[in-house]
Write a protein that binds this ligand. Sequence first.
Ligand code: MRU
Length: 358
Amino acid sequence: MRTVFWEDNKVKMIDQRLLPGEFVIAEFGAVHEVARSIRDMAVRGAPAIGATGAYGMALAAQQSQATTRDDLLADLRRAKATLDAARPTAVNLSWATTRLLALAEATPSREVTDIAHALLTEAEALADEDVAINRRMGFNGAAVIPDGAHILHHCNTGALATVDFGTALGVVFACQEQGKKIHVWVDETRPRLQGARLTAWELMRAEIPMHLIADNAAGHLMRTGQVDVVIFGADRVAANGDAANKIGTYKLAVVAKENGIPVYCVAPTSTVDMELAHGDLIPIEERGAEEVRQVGDELIAPADTPVYNPAFDVTPHRYLTGIVTEEGVCYPPFTESLRRAKVAAEARIETARQARQP
Ligand code: MRU
């Protein structure tokens, strides 16, 4: 089962807001609905958002009333703006919509239906690539995880955060496939509890030994020698290796360094934004006050308590031992190693696209 997929001319996805209580496939047949599914986090996790954006562009092409190529391209540019605005930090979203728009612009046919068909084929290819990339990345990452390791993990980076398999949790799944004995400390990840709701659900289904911990327990575990390695994903990695990920990641990395524990960020090259020189340039999404004032539907603070709710933080690259990508593990200096990985990945995408040409 994929987290997001195309069926019956609709974008379908596991509604992650309802897990672990209910497993429901939500479906969306209009671009503004797809954008809302991203904003409201029915789908979340940077690569899953990217694939959803790609399917959103395919949907826009299918639904366009345009009869000329120029009018279709104008509709697609509007759809891209709507989708990109849904969540600002995960660069995979605009990376995917840019890729689909560029393909439409480069399609030689002037027939609207040919362009729409090409976009759906590209969105499907992007989703398939995501799964293949995650498996490669998982096995690249497994090489740096010792047998018997106690792994500290933040947020949800599993199959649910991608089309399938996952990023940092993909490393955990790869370790399991290799027969390594591992144990995962699962940060609950306030305020939206992606660790408690989603990572715990995925690891228990996979029968991987784990314990859920309150976020505040992580420092204690690291200082008392109960963590061998810290791993997490990213929503955007700047050219110098600074990594934006779920709020709370930064302090994990700082405490890990203080305690001599290796820290790996696991992110596909689509998450690497070479346009941004450093992490202070990464836009940080702020979300609604209710996420902090409430747990689920239950109010845990006075109703009108003022709240500040940044959804991501930036971990400066000096705290990272390595960045695991589908092209291998990048080590400092990251500006150089990430650039090489990005070039290799782009060449791979181009080769695959040429192989798909009739
Ligand atoms: O707000 P979310 O749940 O979309 O945040 C997700 C994360 O922070 C993940 O760690 C990140 O997207 C990378 S993993 C696939």
